[in-house]
Ligand binder design. Structure first.
Ligand code: SF4
Ligand code: SF4
Length: 124
């Protein structure tokens, strides 16, 4: 069961998770051309080995350990993680559409600073 990146990554996107992932399954990396246009980062669900190293590395607690652990108001982003593929323009566009729809659907949550957003996941 893959780990999932959620909305505190939006506006943070510092790639601390990328630096600790042993299998390079989090994209886009800073040195990839897709980085500038990506609203957040995504974990490839089939490449993730569930090691958990990325969770404590994330300064805004954006990463959940499983689909089941992902809060209900973040479940739409499970698909964004699943469909994103670096270098595949269609897949990248589909992931970004999901993220944009998430932002539009969650105005109260997105108004909270990224560093405090995860704490509000349960109550929004
Ligand atoms: S759980 Fe491990 S393998 Fe999966 S994204 Fe995090 S660091 Fe990478
Ligand atoms: S460490 Fe957290 S905020 Fe930073 S890029 Fe990874 S998921 Fe996003």
């Amino acid at each position: 069961m893959p780990f999932i990146i959620t909305d505190p990554c939006i506006e943070t996107k510092d790639t601390a998770c990328v630096d600790v992932c042993p299998v390079d399954c989090i994209h886009p990396r800073k040195d990839e051309p897709e980085f500038a246009q990506a609203t957040m980062l995504y974990i490839h669900p089939e490449e993730c080995i569930d090691c958990g190293a990325c969770v404590p590395a994330c300064p805004v607690a954006a990463i959940y350990e499983s689909i089941d652990a992902t809060p209900s108001n973040q479940k739409d982003l499970i698909d964004a993680n699943a469909v994103y593929r670096n270098g595949d323009a269609d897949a990248m566009a589909r992931a970004e559409e999901i993220v944009k729809a998430h932002v539009a659907a969650q105005p109260a949550l997105m108004a909270i600073p990224a560093a405090e957003r995860q704490a509000a996941h349960a109550s929004h």
